[in-house]
Structure formats: structure tokens, C-alpha cells
Design a protein around this ligand. Structure first.
Ligand code: PAF
Length: 316
């Protein structure tokens, strides 16, 4: 692992790896480069660099990064690895580079929607520093190489165990902060993850079923009514998991805020459906339903939505 002093000296270690060339992988590639951090994109293609165009407001910028095939075990030294692949492919994407990451104790930063990925990654990397970056930034592919950044929500960085020494956590946080994106370091990332989980349960499920943009769900009495039911059921589970009070009205206003800030966006689950890909239902609604069973709570709305979103491609 890169030592704190090496990192502080700015020696040649300010290269970050990004695993996964989806919308979120490119969004962070673009912002890290703006913070003068060199990037290496680990992707399916066997090319040494990749380019795409980033559209933000009405400005178009070319983003170019060095790249390598993600199953190449000879990973160069990187300061940290952001894992941006879909929740269901994290395990298989990390396996080919597992040895290299363990030998260098490279910090792993997980960016997935939903919950449950951390446990899978911890099993593969028992002693690795693992952080979670929870963000509600919006971006979608306008065309195949044109990424439209639609909203910069808040991001939170934290850990779910004590695998990351505080100085290292601070260094990684400062790097991410240098991107200019609003980001906070939190001691209670689990609460943030649950909040986002209920946001995703609400926005992603309905937008995927209706095949609409996030903003189309605002001012719609039907989606508002379903969101209310989702939140009332989800909050009960969240309360028991976190052992703390949670106000349904706060979660509902968070859902409104995220839908508003990302109103031009197609949610990730909607995109998955539009492109006929598997979706993350097992890590989003499915996760809450599993927790509810364990707690003997009834969550009929969440259960029905989870069943509806298990499209045939998910069970293959
Ligand atoms: O999954 C998504 O699409 C995103 O998490 C969010 C914040 C709902 C924006 O679309």
C-alpha cells in the first residue's frame, strides 16, 4: 500500500484506477482528472486508452484516459481503486486483479447502488482498506461516446468497519474533494446508504417500470402515492437495522430533491431495462425485502415491486 508520506509528497502515486467504464466510471474519471489525478480505466476492451465526450450544461469536453483490460492481473501501482461496475458484477470484476490488489493493499472504494456489495468484497479481501462512496450524481449516455452529466448531488465517503486508518481516509477524502464535487466524510455511512437505498427503491423502481425520466415522477400523484408506501415500509426496516429513529417525511423530501436534481436523467435501473440488461433489484428492493423477512416485518409494496423488476434477464 502507498504510505501516507509517499502520498503526501505527491510522489508518482497519484494515479487512481477506475474499474468499469459505465456512466459513473466515466463521471469519476472526468472529475478526478480535473483534480489533476491521473486515471487508469480498467475495462472490457483491450485498448491502452479510451476517450469520450462529456457534456455538462452546454459545454462539451473531451475526456481521455489511459486504460487496460480489466482482467489483466498485472495491475500497475495505483493509489486507490474506484469500483464502479454494477453491483451484481463487482465480485467477478475484482477476481482477476484480486492478488495484485492484496499484495499492494490498494484501498478499494465502492460506488454501487444498494447494499450487500461490501460483504461480498470483504470476503474476497479480508484485510484490505475498503471505503464506500455514496453519491447521487446524475449522468447518462446521450449517445454511445457522449456522456451527459445532469446533476451534482451530494456524495459521502465512509467505512463500514475499521479497515481504513484515519490518515489514509483523510488523504483519499481530500483527493475526492479536490474534484470540486460536493463531498463529505461521514462516520455514519450506513445511514447515508440506507437513505440512498430508499431513494433508489423509489425512483429507480417506478422509472424502470414506466420507462421515464426521474423528473417525470415529480408532480405525479401516482408515483407520489407509491413512494409514500415504499418509504413507510422501508423506514420500519431501516429503523431496526440502524437502531435509530428515522422520519419518513425526511426520506420523502430527499427523494423529491434527488428526482428534481436529476430530473433529466434516466435512472440506472431504467437504463438497464431500456438496454435489456440485468438490473440491481437484488441489491436494492431485494435487499430491503430480505432484511424485512429477517425482522418479521411485512413489506408488500416493496415485495411486489421487487418481483415486477425481476425481469427474465435477471434470472439467467
Ligand atoms: O441509480 C440511479 O440512477 C441514481 O442512483 C439516482 C440518484 C437515482 C439518479 O438517477
Amino acid at each position: 500500500m502507498a504510505s501516507t508520506s509517499q502520498i503526501e509528497n505527491g510522489s508518482n502515486l497519484t494515479k487512481w484506477g477506475i474499474l468499469g467504464a459505465g456512466a459513473m466510471g466515466w463521471l469519476w474519471t472526468y472529475y478526478l482528472q480535473r483534480a489533476k489525478i491521473d486515471t487508469l480505466l480498467l475495462q472490457r476492451q483491450n485498448t491502452s486508452y479510451r476517450e469520450c465526450i462529456i457534456q455538462k450544461d452546454n459545454i462539451f469536453e473531451n475526456c481521455r484516459t489511459s486504460a487496460m483490460k480489466s482482467d489483466n492481473p498485472s495491475l500497475p501501482t495505483i493509489e486507490a481503486l474506484i469500483v464502479s461496475t454494477k453491483a451484481y458484477s463487482v465480485r467477478s470484476a475484482l477476481l482477476p486483479i484480486q492478488e495484485g490488489l492484496i499484495s499492494k493493499q490498494t484501498p478499494i472504494i465502492l460506488l454501487q447502488n444498494g447494499l450487500g456489495v461490501f460483504e461480498e468484497v470483504r470476503e474476497l479481501f479480508p484485510k484490505q482498506p475498503i471505503l464506500i462512496l455514496s453519491t447521487s450524481n446524475g449522468a447518462y449516455w446521450q449517445e454511445s461516446e457522449l456522456l451527459k452529466i445532469t446533476g451534482s448531488g451530494s456524495s459521502y465517503l465512509g467505512t463500514l468497519d475499521n479497515s481504513v486508518p484515519k490518515p489514509l481516509k483523510n488523504i483519499l477524502f481530500n483527493r475526492l474533494k479536490a474534484t470540486g464535487l460536493p463531498i463529505l466524510l461521514t462516520d455514519n455511512i450506513l445511514k447515508k446508504l440506507w437513505e440512498k437505498l430508499l431513494v433508489n427503491c423509489s425512483i429507480n423502481s417506478i422509472s424502470a417500470l414506466w420507462l421515464c425520466r426521474n423528473g417525470d415522477l415529480l408532480d405525479n400523484p401516482n408515483s407520489k402515492e407509491i413512494w409514500k408506501r415504499i418509504v413507510l415500509e422501508g423506514v420500519e426496516v431501516m429503523r431496526q437495522e440502524l437502531h435509530q429513529e428515522v422520519e419518513p417525511s425526511e426520506i420523502l423530501s430527499l427523494i423529491d430533491q434527488v428526482a428534481y436534481k436529476t430530473s433529466a436523467n434516466y435512472s440506472s435501473m431504467c437504463e438497464d431495462r431500456r438496454k435489456n440488461r440485468p438490473n440491481e433489484v437484488d441489491y436494492i428492493l431485494g435487499y430491503v425485502v430480505r432484511k424485512a423477512y429477517q425482522q418479521h416485518l411485512s413489506v408488500p409494496t416493496l415485495e411486489t415491486l421487487a418481483d415486477l423488476l425481476k425481469f427474465p434477464e435477471n434470472s439467467s
